[in-house]
Design a protein around this ligand. Structure first.
Ligand code: GLN
Length: 311
C-alpha cells in the first residue's frame, strides 16, 4: 500500500514531542483509589502495521488499566459464543449519554443502547458468564486478549478489581435494573464480579496496539494467521466503535480523529485503521466525558499527519 514507506517512527516522535504541554491538562479518574494512584503525566503511543512492525513513543511498555477498552474484546468473544442472538438484548445506537448512565434503560425496557457503555457491556459479560460458567469466563476473555496481543503480558490487576467491586454501586444499580426486565440472565453479583475483573485488565500500550491488529485486517491476525473473528463481525465492530466508542463524545472523536476507537477511564484509547494498522495511546488525565485528553489530541495528530482516513 502507499504507506509502505511512511515514516511512522518520525510521526510518533513528533507527537511525543508536541504532546508534552498537554500532559498537565484534565483530571485522572478518581472514582476508585487504585486508578488515582497512577503517574498523571504518563504518555505512551504505539502503532503496529499489518506487517507486524511496531513503532512506539513514551512509556509504551508500562502496563495500565485498560478499563472500558476491554468491552471491545468482550463483545467479540460474546458474539463468538452466543451468535447474533446477543443483539436481542443490546442495541447498536450511540447513547449520547455518560458511560455509566441509567436514564435510557427505563424507556428501552432494560435493553442498553450499545455494548460499549457500561450497561451494554454488563449484558455482554453476562453472556460470556452464561456460556463459559462463572469460574472460567474471565480466564476465557484474558486468553482471548493474550492471543490477540500475541503476548502473555495482559493480566488482571486484582487491586483494581477489588476497588471496582468496593465502589461499584452504580454498576450494581444498572445490573439489577436490567435484571428486573429479564435482560440480564445470570445472578447479578456473579456477572458483576466478572465485569469488575474485566475492567481491571492491565496491559501495555504496545500490547494493546498489537491486540487490535486483527481488527485492521478483517478479523485475522496478519502476523500469525490466526482467525480471531469473521470479516463481517470485524466490519460491524469497527462501525460500533466509530459510533459508540467514546460515550457522549463519540461524535466529537469521529469528527476530529475519524477512526473507529474505544476509550477507557484508565486513559487508554485503541483506534483501528482498516487495512493499515492499529494504534494505541495512553495518558491518564481525562476530558469531561472520561476520555484521555492528551490521548485524543495525539490520535488527531496521528490521523492528520499521516492522512490515514476511512473517507
Ligand atoms: N470500570 C469502569 C466502570 O465500570 C469502566 C468505565 C470506563 O472505562 N469508562 O465504571
Amino acid at each position: 500500500d502507499h504507506y509502505d514507506d511512511f515514516d511512522w517512527q518520525g510521526l510518533l516522535d513528533s507527537i511525543g514531542a508536541d504532546i508534552a504541554p498537554l500532559l498537565t491538562h484534565g483530571e485522572v479518574a478518581n472514582y476508585i483509589p487504585a486508578l488515582a494512584a497512577v503517574d498523571p503525566e504518563s504518555f505512551a503511543m504505539a502503532f503496529v502495521n499489518l506487517r507486524g512492525e511496531t513503532f512506539t513513543t513514551g512509556r509504551a511498555s508500562t502496563p495500565f488499566s485498560i478499563q472500558s477498552i476491554s468491552k471491545v474484546f468482550a463483545l467479540i468473544l460474546a458474539l463468538e459464543l452466543e451468535g447474533e442472538a446477543l443483539w436481542d438484548r443490546v442495541g447498536r445506537e450511540p447513547s449520547g449519554t455518560a458511560f455509566n448512565s441509567i436514564v435510557q434503560l427505563e424507556e428501552d425496557h432494560g435493553v442498553p443502547r450499545n455494548p460499549l457503555i457500561n450497561a451494554g457491556a454488563i449484558v455482554v459479560t453476562d453472556s460470556i458468564v452464561g456460556h463459559c460458567g462463572e469460574s472460567t469466563a474471565i480466564a476465557r476473555l484474558l486468553a482471548f486478549i493474550r492471543k490477540a496481543a500475541n503476548s502473555l503480558g495482559p493480566r488482571i490487576d486484582m487491586k483494581v478489581a477489588e476497588s471496582e467491586e468496593a465502589y461499584g454501586d452504580r454498576n450494581r444499580a444498572l445490573a439489577y435494573f436490567m435484571k428486573s426486565f429479564g435482560i440480564l440472565k445470570e445472578d447479578v453479583p456473579i456477572a458483576l464480579k466478572a465485569y469488575f475483573q474485566q475492567c481491571a485488565i492491565a496491559m501495555s500500550t504496545v500490547d494493546l496496539a498489537r491486540a487490535g491488529l486483527f481488527l485492521a485486517n478483517g478479523g485475522t491476525d496478519p502476523a500469525t494467521g490466526l482467525e480471531l473473528t469473521t470479516k463481517t463481525r470485524t466490519d460491524r465492530l469497527n462501525a460500533i466503535m466509530m459510533m459508540c466508542g467514546h460515550y457522549d463524545m463519540s461524535g466529537d472523536f469521529a469528527f476530529s480523529v475519524g477512526l473507529p476507537g474505544k476509550s477507557g477511564v484508565g486513559g487508554g484509547i485503541l483506534a483501528i485503521i482498516p487495512q493499515v494498522g492499529s494504534v494505541a495511546v495512553w495518558s491518564p488525565r481525562l476530558n469531561q466525558a472520561g476520555n484521555s485528553l492528551a490521548g485524543t489530541q495525539a490520535l488527531q495528530w496521528f490521523s492528520e499527519r499521516s492522512q490515514v482516513t476511512l473517507f
